[in-house]
Design a binder for this molecule. Structure first.
Ligand code: H2U
Ligand code: ZN
Length: 348
């Protein structure tokens, strides 16, 4: 449909039922992609001052295990605590608050301070996937936990406090905003069409092909039609599962493989360790089966045209609707074009 390539239009995100404004005519100018090989990571395999490296002391005095693969600990500065009680206030629906409880953890992906998912070996990423599955299961099974959010903030640009490869888990009593929106949309779709929103979207995307970035036997990564961030991607299991604890052994390997693939493509785009926030959206953990829910991960990277030019969600976007210039189709093309081998592993 040509209007999608040359006319201002808005696209609907059926998962959140929010719109994004696309202004493709603003990118008729040539691609300004720049790379910056000077920004090679200068970090060491072990940093004595890192609070995530094996055997080091954390801010609260605890000493990390001398771990060989992954390491999980309760966040010393947890935003959610298990023991908050049940206080609430409601003044006419205008001044409303509830005590919120939960558990926050940190997961180190590797003892190596200098690695990222893009630079880790696939079997070691598979270990991380297994820890995610165990943690989701363990925390989600607890009474009083309604949702488990696993997320990674990568890079100073996204506010990550430390380059050591790690992610966080926030398990909360209530269902967070983004999950609540996606839950409502997936439930409504299931009720109306007796089908799964993301299974159907995946079939459409695979048939179109133009927004698919990479795939394997079990997973597909694509720039969704409704992407807001320039190089935003959606990672989807081909099988209809509601959470990663339902993945079998081959699918866990497959998830490790696809995570490595997309992380490498991101790094190769501007030849920089690519910043992003990513996370898994999984079924609410209220004990129900959630047949409407299709497990997936979102990658939200801030970079726009080079290693240093980032997109800001300001102005119209903050006050009205998010907007993008480069189309989802063009962004997917860029991510497909780059090499599948990490730039630091390519021969000069
Ligand atoms: P981020 O890089 O995404 O901010 O995650 C690091 C987390 O590690 C952060 O939530 C926690 C911070 O609270 N932390 C500890 O639990 N112990 C420490 O000694 C320092 C940081
Ligand atoms: Zn470290």
């Amino acid at each position: 449909m040509p209007f999608l390539e040359n006319t201002s239009h808005r696209r609907l995100n059926p998962l959140t039922r929010e719109w994004v404004l696309v202004s493709p005519h603003r990118t008729q100018r040539p691609w300004q992609g720049q790379t910056d090989r000077s920004q090679r990571p200068g970090v060491e395999a072990y940093d004595p001052s890192c609070y995530l490296c094996p055997g080091n002391r954390r801010a609260n005095g605890d000493v990390n295990d001398d771990y060989a693969h992954t390491f999980v600990f309760d966040n010393d500065f947890a935003a959610l605590r298990p023991d908050t009680g049940k206080d609430s206030v409601n003044r006419g629906g205008l001044i409303v608050a509830e005590a919120e409880s939960g558990i926050c953890r940190v997961i180190c992906f590797s003892p190596r301070h200098d690695l990222t998912l893009a630079r880790m070996a696939e079997p070691n990423i598979a270990r991380v996937v297994s820890v995610w599955a165990e943690q989701f299961h363990e925390l989600g099974d607890r009474p009083g936990i309604g949702s488990v959010q696993i997320f990674e903030n990568r890079g100073a640009m996204m506010g990550a406090s430390n380059p050591h490869p790690h992610c966080q888990i926030w398990a909360s009593r209530s269902v967070p905003n983004e999950i609540a929106k996606e839950w409502a949309a997936q439930s409504a779709y299931q009720e109306e069409r007796h089908s799964c929103l993301l299974c159907d979207a995946l079939q459409l995307e695979l048939a179109a092909g133009e927004r698919v970035v990479c795939e394997n036997e079990h997973f597909v990564v694509l720039v969704p039609f409704w992407a807001v961030w320039p190089f935003e991607t959606l990672l989807l299991p081909r099988r209809h599962i509601a959470a990663i604890d339902e993945l079998d052994a081959a699918e866990r390997q497959g998830l490790a493989n696809i995570l490595r693939q997309i992380a490498i493509r991101y790094d190769n785009l501007f030849e920089v360790s690519f910043p992003y926030s990513m996370g898994f959206h999984q079924r609410p953990t209220d004990g129900a089966a959630h047949p409407e829910w299709h497990c997936h991960a979102h990658f939200y990277p801030p970079l726009l045209r080079s290693a240093s030019v980032r997109k800001f969600m300001v102005g119209f976007e903050m006050l009205a609707t998010p907007q993008r210039d480069i189309t989802a189709e063009a962004a997917a093309g860029r991510l497909r074009e780059v090499k599948a081998v990490h730039y630091l592993d390519q021969q000069a």
